[in-house]
Design a protein around this ligand. Structure first.
Ligand code: GAR
Length: 215
């Protein structure tokens, strides 16, 4: 089986991108490789991670920067992104802290080939407005004792697609949104995102009636 070509879409620090790179190096991911990283803005640290990866490896990752404001609307942005991914024969698209909502036509074109990592146990603390630190602020405001992370396929409902993997993380006394965000990343996101990527690349995921079956 040929290795699947992965595109990772980022908007920030890129720690989840790093987790995928590390999983490729350590043999957790064997059936895929990161062929392309698309950033929604110049200067994000995720791009520096690609540079460092490329300096240390023969397998190179191409980068592209696609700022939302360079396009008139969501549709034209999504069309440009789709062309970029199609031209490179991308098999899997990973949204790793990508903060731009994509057009429905884009999501349909890559049905069950886009995965997202969300820093909570969906259906808690998800949907419109729940991204990044806001998710952890909401969890702490509610006073839940357990939170976590979810990796899911992307469909037209925000954070509503079929769930691939979830992992719970305990909230501790005195947690701040920042300490909780870090623990959710370390204990959950950086583990289940690479695992889900490998399951996809090994063709072990099947979606039946909106549910993910792991073969
Ligand atoms: C991660 O915590 C990710 O789960 C979250 O943004 C952060 C990106 O960090 N994504 C969302 O909130 C999407 N709704 P990273 O750039 O270091 O990977």
């Amino acid at each position: 089986m040929n290795k699947k070509k992965i595109a990772v879409l980022v908007s920030g620090g890129g720690t989840n991108l790093q987790a995928i790179y590390d999983a490729c190096d350590s043999g957790i991911i064997t059936n895929g490789e990161i062929a392309l990283v698309v950033a929604s803005k110049e200067g994000v640290y995720a791009l520096e991670r690609v540079k460092q990866h490329n300096e240390a490896h023969t397998q190179q990752t191409e980068t592209a920067v696609l700022p939302r404001k360079a396009y008139a609307d969501r549709k034209s942005y999504s069309d440009a992104l789709r062309e970029l991914l199609d031209n490179r024969g991308i098999d899997l698209i990973v949204l790793a802290g990508f903060m731009i909502i994509l057009d429905e036509s884009f999501i349909r074109a890559f049905e069950n080939r886009i995965i997202n990592v969300h820093p909570a146990l969906i259906p808690s603390f998800c949907g419109d407005g729940f991204y990044g630190l806001h998710v952890h602020e909401a969890a702490l405001a509610k006073g839940v004792k357990v939170t976590g992370a979810t990796v899911h396929f992307v469909n037209e409902i925000c954070d509503g697609g079929p769930i691939i993997l979830q992992k719970a993380v305990e909230i501790e006394q005195g947690d701040t949104p920042e300490t909780l965000q870090r623990r959710v990343m370390e204990q959950a996101e950086w583990k289940i995102l690479p695992q889900a990527v490998e399951l996809f690349c090994a063709e072990r995921l099947e979606v039946v009636d909106n549910h993910v079956i792991i073969k």
